[in-house]
Design a protein around this ligand. Structure first.
Ligand code: HEC
Length: 148
């Protein structure tokens, strides 16, 4: 079975091999990779999502502690160019959802004490808006990020 896959890949080239690799190498990959939660390896976009999640969790902790927000991380602009997982795709509204999210983070980062809770929740809603069309898995976790 494996031999057949290797022979096919040799003919079909690197792209096809990339598509087959996750299944063919599952056992080796899963046991070798202890740092990545995704057994097939994480896309650039998934890794960025985890940074965004971290930023939001930190924001929630800062909010509760009465600290001023961390500044807007310029890396978040990679949202538009970061490569998505092979088994996933972006809807035609992806960029609009992305713009909405980026501006919501900027608004939160420059918020005053009066509108901090509101701008924080707008930021979480912007995650949810995009996730209503893409990658529904994390939605329950994102919903819990909201603040009363
Ligand atoms: C513009 C759309 C968009 C926005 C905004 C967005 N996401 Fe995502 N998110 C995605 C897509 C698409 C994926 C799937 C990535 C892939 O498969 O490569 C994803 C994946 C994830 C994942 C799974 C990552 C993994 O480990 O595989 C988490 C967690 C996540 N998002 C949390 C969030 C949080 C928290 C926010 C807000 C701070 C957010 N997302 C904002 C589109 C978005």
């Amino acid at each position: 079975m494996k031999k057949a896959i290797i022979i096919i890949s040799l003919f079909a080239g690197v792209l096809v091999f990339q598509a087959i690799k996750p299944d063919a190498g599952l056992i080796e990959f899963a046991s070798a990779d202890t740092t990545d939660v995704n057994p097939n390896g994480s896309s650039e976009l998934s890794l960025l999502m985890r940074d965004m999640q971290k930023y939001t969790n930190q924001a929630k902790a800062d909010l509760k502690a009465g600290k001023t927000p961390a500044s807007f991380p310029a890396d978040f602009n990679k949202l538009f160019t970061a490569k998505i997982s092979e088994n996933n795709s972006k809807s035609e509204f992806y960029n609009q959802f992305g713009e909405l999210y980026i501006s919501s983070v900027k608004n939160y980062a420059s918020s005053s004490t009066e509108n901090r809770v509101e701008t924080y929740n707008n930021m979480v809603n912007a995650c949810l808006a995009c996730h209503s069309q893409h990658c529904p898995g994390p939605v329950p976790v994102i919903k819990k990020m909201k603040v009363e």
